[in-house]
Write a protein that binds this ligand. Structure first.
Ligand code: SF4
Ligand code: ZN
Length: 312
C-alpha cells in the first residue's frame, strides 16, 4: 500500500474511499478521534460539565465509543464518563457481553452500572420469548420487546444515576439503515426523529447523543483492531431475519460500488429534517399511569407489553 497522505512517512493501512485519503495507523486513529470531536462540537452534543453515561453493550461500537469518549473527556476535568449496560437476559449472548463490558470499564477506570430486565420488569428476554412462542402471537418479535424495554431501561437507569447525557454508539451505518427502514415502513414521522441529538421532550427523559453518527462502521472496527480493543463478536441469537439485515447488506453493496452513499443518505435527511419536523404535530408527553415514565398515551409501551405478557 502507498504512503500515508497526512504524515507522508509511514505506510498507509487504510484507504478512505469517500475522501481519497490513505492513512497510516497513527494518522487514522487520530483522524477518527478528531472526527468524533468535530461531530460533538458540530451538533453541540456535550458540555464541559456534563455527566455522560455511555450505553455499553459489549459490542465493538459501544466499547470503542467508551474508549474514545474517556480519552476526549480527560481534557474536561469537570465532566465525567460512566457506563451502563442493560442486561436483557439472553443466555449465552448477553452474559458474555457483560463480562466484556465489565472488563473494558475496569481497564478504562470508569464506573459501570448493570441494569437487568429481570430486576426491572420481572422477566428476562428469554422468558418473554418463551411466552410469545407459546401463544404464537403474530407480529410480536423478540426485537420489538427488546428495543422498547431497553430504551426505557436505559433512560430510567441513567436518570437515576443523575446523568445529563446518554451517549449511544450508533454509527453512520446504523443511522442510514434506520432512515431507509423508516422510509420502507412508510413512517415519515419517525424519519424526522432519527437525529444526532434527540430533543429532551420531558423532564424525565435524559438527552441522547450519538457521537459516532458520521463515522462509518468499518472505521470503528478498524480503530478497535488497531487499538487492540476487546469486544464481543457473535450476533444475538434473536437477530434472525430482521429487515434491517437486508437493508445493511444492500447499503454495503451500494457503498462498495458508489462510495459516499451512506453519507449522502444521512446528509439528505439532515437537510430535509426542518420540513419533516414542521410537518409533525407537536405531542405532549405525560407520565404513564402505571410506572410514571414519560409516554404519549395513558400507558407507556413497556407497561402495555408487560400487561400482554401477564395476561392469561
Ligand atoms: Fe435485542 Fe433484537 Fe438486538 Fe437481540 S437483535 S439484542 S433481541 S434488539
Ligand atoms: Zn409505564
Amino acid at each position: 500500500m502507498s504512503k500515508c497522505t497526512l504524515c507522508k512517512g509511514k505506510a498507509a493501512v487504510y484507504s478512505r474511499p469517500y475522501s481519497g485519503e490513505s492513512l497510516c495507523s497513527k494518522c487514522f486513529t487520530r483522524s477518527l478521534e478528531d472526527k468524533v470531536r468535530a461531530t460533538i462540537s458540530e451538533y453541540d452534543m456535550l458540555q464541559p460539565t456534563d455527566k455522560i453515561v455511555v450505553a455499553v453493550s459489549g459490542g465493538k461500537d459501544s466499547v470503542t465509543l467508551a474508549h474514545i469518549l474517556t480519552r476526549i473527556e480527560k481534557k474536561f476535568p469537570r465532566a465525567s464518563v460512566t457506563a451502563v449496560t442493560i442486561d436483557e437476559g439472553i443466555r449465552g449472548y448477553r452474559d458474555e457481553a457483560l463480562r466484556t463490558a465489565t472488563k473494558i470499564c475496569q481497564e478504562l477506570g470508569i464506573p459501570h452500572r448493570i441494569a437487568s430486565f429481570k430486576d426491572m420488569y420481572g422477566y428476562t428476554l428469554d422468558d418473554m420469548v418463551g411466552i410469545i412462542d407459546k401463544r404464537e402471537a403474530k407480529g410480536l418479535t423478540p426485537c420489538s420487546f427488546c428495543g422498547v424495554l431497553r430504551r426505557q431501561a436505559l433512560n430510567t437507569t441513567t436518570r437515576k444515576a443523575g446523568a445529563d447525557k446518554i451517549a449511544t454508539a450508533h454509527t453512520l451505518d446504523d443511522e442510514a439503515q434506520t432512515m431507509l427502514l423508516n422510509i420502507m415502513h412508510g413512517d415519515a414521522e419517525r424519519l424526522g426523529r432519527v437525529k444526532p441529538v434527540l430533543m429532551k421532550a420531558h423532564p424525565k427523559l435524559v438527552q441522547r447523543v450519538k457521537p459516532f453518527c458520521e463515522i462509518p462502521e468499518r472505521e470503528v472496527v478498524l480503530y478497535a483492531y488497531l487499538k487492540q480493543i476487546d469486544y464481543q463478536e457473535g450476533p444475538c441469537p434473536y437477530a434472525g431475519a430482521a429487515l434491517r439485515n437486508d437493508v445493511r447488506a444492500m447499503l454495503n453493496r451500494m457503498e462498495e460500488k458508489h462510495p459516499g452513499t451512506k453519507f449522502a443518505i444521512f446528509r439528505s435527511i439532515e437537510r430535509i429534517r426542518p420540513a419533516l419536523e414542521a410537518a409533525r404535530e407537536a405531542v405532549e408527553l405525560r407520565e404513564c399511569r402505571i410506572c410514571g415514565e414519560p409516554t404519549v398515551g395513558e400507558t407507556c409501551k413497556p407497561c402495555q407489553m408487560l400487561q400482554e405478557l401477564r395476561a392469561p
